[in-house]
Structure formats: structure tokens, C-alpha cells
Write a protein that binds this ligand. Structure first.
Ligand code: FES
Length: 157
């Protein structure tokens, strides 16, 4: 009688160890299976378009400085035309704010002059300038995928 109980205990222990092994195997395979699903998924980031409308010419009177928060860009309008300067700090990507003489980053203190050139701080590069075009309907369009030389201004009729 006691012999049979020992055998039952032995089988139970064996079953238990088998279940533990199976559990460990399942746990170990999760990253592999996850990686396989990750590879099957297209490596595309669904972000806002980098070409966007900013408004009509009349929305930017001469002397206007407008920050479009959702697009992280400043739009300037003066007698020479329109320009678009990125509001993204080139250090670690914080959003700069406009100062009297240019721009400043609130994160680590980088400062840029009015043209976006670095004048202080850890920022490694100047702020980007973007291409502006005019759509058929007269809307101004910024293309943040097309960087242009600092100082580039666009005139539209
Ligand atoms: Fe702008 Fe660091 S992110 S200075």
C-alpha cells in the first residue's frame, strides 16, 4: 500500500517537473514568436505627413511670426517673403521657443540666433529651414522633408 503511494508521489513529481519544463519552453519561445510577428509587420511609422498646409498668404501679414505647435515649425513673413524654421532643437529634440534675438531650448539651454545658427549650448547643428510652396488653391504648404539653406525666403503672388 505504501509502495503504491510512493509511486503516485513519484509520478506526480515527474508530471510536475514535466509541466515546469513545458512552461519554461513556452516562456523561452515568446521572444522568438514575438520577433517573428515583428518581422512580418511593415517597418512603417504612422506619423503626420511631413508636407502640410499652413494657411493662406493673408494669414501672415508682413512682420508675422507664427509658431505652428502641432507641426513644430515657425513661419516668418517679411518684405522678402516667407520662411519656415524648425522648432526642434538639434541637440535632443526639445521644442525651442522664440526669444528676442532668436530661439532658445528649454531643456539644456541651447541658443540659436534669428537664422537658427547655434550661438550657445550643446546643440550640434543649426535649426532646419524648410521649403515652402503654394498650392493651386493658394494655400501655403511646408515640406519638412525638404531642407533648404538658411535664409531661404519664398515670395508668392
Ligand atoms: Fe535642446 Fe538639449 S534638447 S539643448
Amino acid at each position: 500500500m505504501s509502495n503504491k503511494t510512493d509511486e503516485k508521489k513519484e509520478v506526480s513529481r515527474r508530471d510536475f517537473l514535466g509541466l515546469v519544463s513545458l512552461g519554461m519552453a513556452v516562456l523561452a519561445s515568446i521572444p522568438v514568436i514575438g520577433g517573428a510577428f515583428r518581422m512580418a509587420k511593415a517597418n512603417v511609422r504612422y506619423e503626420d505627413s511631413i508636407k502640410f498646409k499652413i494657411g493662406m498668404i493673408e494669414d501672415f501679414p508682413v512682420g508675422a511670426v507664427k509658431k505652428i505647435d502641432e507641426r513644430k515649425v515657425f513661419i516668418f513673413a517679411d518684405e522678402d517673403g516667407f520662411s519656415a524654421i524648425s522648432a526642434v532643437c538639434t541637440h535632443l529634440g526639445c521644442i525651442v521657443f522664440k526669444t528676442e534675438g532668436g530661439f532658445q531650448c528649454p531643456c539644456h539651454g541651447s541658443k540659436y540666433n534669428e537664422g537658427g545658427k547655434v550661438i550657445a549650448g550643446p546643440a550640434p547643428r543649426p535649426l532646419s529651414w524648410f521649403e515652402i510652396s503654394q498650392g493651386i488653391d493658394g494655400t501655403l504648404v511646408v515640406d519638412a522633408s525638404k531642407e533648404v539653406s538658411a535664409g531661404t525666403k519664398y515670395k508668392f503672388v
